[in-house]
Design a protein around this ligand. Structure first.
Ligand SMILES: [Zn+2]
Length: 441
């Protein structure tokens, strides 16, 4: 059945203020250094693969990486884009490229390719280009997960990312593998950064007890500085961390974690590595519970089936005074995510990236969440990109998704036409604002 475009829905979605809860923005200078062309932009929108989850050193990564753009010439790019089948990444990025630069990257001609590269370079030559685009799309605030910029606290972040608009997320994954800092990419190892340029701790720890003290010091230091903690460790291990009581001091798991500390990754048993991560995870959560800072947890995709959202349910239960967001709605397990969000007051669903995985799944998720009375626990937008073209595309596509979902909700009577504006404002603005910017700061 074709549904006529609905003015009320259209206007509600187009006029909504937006809080963007998840981005990985590169600074403009880096994109300019790389030529400010399609080869700099494409990988930053998931197409062609940029390092979105800097973590374990290359050879230790188990996750099957997305296709990478390697041939940096016109025929190579053309072949790559037109043959790309990974989720809906191309469509989403292309929506942003068309919106901002007036042409599509699909089935592109060589002249079109050159013209597009010129248009991109012109845009990046403009100071404040990214902010102009975001503001033009009604984006008011952005949470950036940028561990490659010293966790988003370094001078690069402060200079380019105005704190009135951008707030960092602190990525905690590296702590879970902190028994061997050499196993982690040096530029994103939280413990190293904390002891170095962030000066959050005096020196890297040399004992397991010292390590946990340093974790506490880093978390305490981060209060008032971060909008959230972020865990993307589904790219490194299963997100099953066992029960809190099994990870307490003097348990078998604790002893295994202690044993692993200071030993090279390859000389540890997987059981001990996981024990270390489990103990550190519970230690971190106990420390951040009650601080009012939420934890954004990557669920779904990555290493499957270890990323199943059910795996973190024991954590959600064990730390009721800590708000968890299930990033990407646990795709492909979106129904299970609805179920978890429904049963736990401290569980929320973030649709970030979901529209780039599957527009149909994103619309189905939102429609069902609203029908189940969970509209107040849905956070609709995170562009999850390292370039503004990708984020703009993600928002434009998401707006279509939200409109389609609202039409269904109105048709089914789960949302009254006079309530559309409030529901849309909730998922785009009020819900993320309440969760991540509690003090209005
Ligand atoms: Zn992300």
């Amino acid at each position: 059945m074709h549904i006529m475009p609905d003015r009320v829905i259209d206007e509600a979605v187009e006029n909504a203020k937006i809080v963007d809860t998840h981005e990985h923005f590169s600074d403009a200078a880096t994109i300019v250094d790389e030529g400010a062309d399609l080869f700099a932009v494409l990988p930053r929108g998931y197409v062609g693969f940029f390092d979105f989850h800097p973590g374990l050193a290359g050879s230790l990564v188990q996750f099957t990486r997305y296709p990478e753009l390697r041939a940096m010439d016109f025929p190579g790019l053309q072949r790559f884009v037109d043959g790309y089948r990974e989720h809906e990444f191309v469509d989403v990025l292309d929506a942003g490229i068309q919106h901002l630069h007036g042409a599509s990257v699909k089935r592109i001609t060589e002249d079109g390719f050159k013209a597009l590269n010129r248009a991109i370079a012109r845009s990046y030559a403009e100071a404040g280009y990214r902010e102009r685009v975001l503001r033009g799309l009604n984006v008011e605030r952005v949470i950036c997960d940028v561990p490659q910029h010293s966790m988003g606290f370094g001078p690069g972040m402060a200079a380019e990312f105005d704190p009135a608009m951008y707030r960092p997320a602190m990525r905690i994954n590296s702590l879970l593998f902190g028994f061997d800092p050499a196993a982690w990419s040096p530029g994103t190892c939280l413990m190293r950064l904390a002891a170095g340029e962030l000066e959050a701790i005096p020196a890297p720890p040399s004992t397991f007890g010292g390590f946990l003290d340093c974790v506490d010091a880093i978390l305490d230091w981060s209060k008032g500085k971060v909008a959230s903690y972020k865990c993307a460790t589904a790219y490194e291990r299963a997100i099953d961390f066992g029960a809190a009581m099994d990870a307490a001091p003097a348990t078998r798991k604790w002893e295994a974690a202690k044993r692993a500390f200071g030993r090279p990754f390859r000389e540890t048993a997987e059981r001990d590595r996981l024990a270390f991560g489990d103990v550190v995870m519970h230690h971190v959560l106990a420390r951040v519970e009650g601080t009012g800072i939420p934890l954004q947890f990557h669920t779904g995709t990555a290493i499957m089936p270890g990323s199943h959202p059910k795996n973190i349910e024991p954590l959600i239960e064990a730390y009721p005074a800590l708000d968890f967001t299930l990033l990407h709605c646990g795709y492909p397990w979106i129904d299970e995510t609805i179920d978890i969000v429904k049963r736990h007051a401290n569980a929320h669903a973030e649709m970030a990236w979901l529209q780039a995985l599957s527009r149909d799944a994103a619309a189905a998720f939102l429609t069902r969440a609203i029908a189940e009375g969970l509209g107040h626990k849905v956070i609709a937008f995170g562009g999850d990109c390292a370039c503004v073209e990708g984020s703009a595309g993600a928002l434009l596509v998401l707006k279509q998704v939200v409109k389609a979902s609202m039409e269904k909700c109105v048709e089914r009577g789960t949302v009254l036409r006079e309530d559309v504006e409030e529901v849309v404002d909730g998922v785009f603005y009020r819900n993320p604002q309440r969760l991540f910017f509690k003090e209005g700061g």
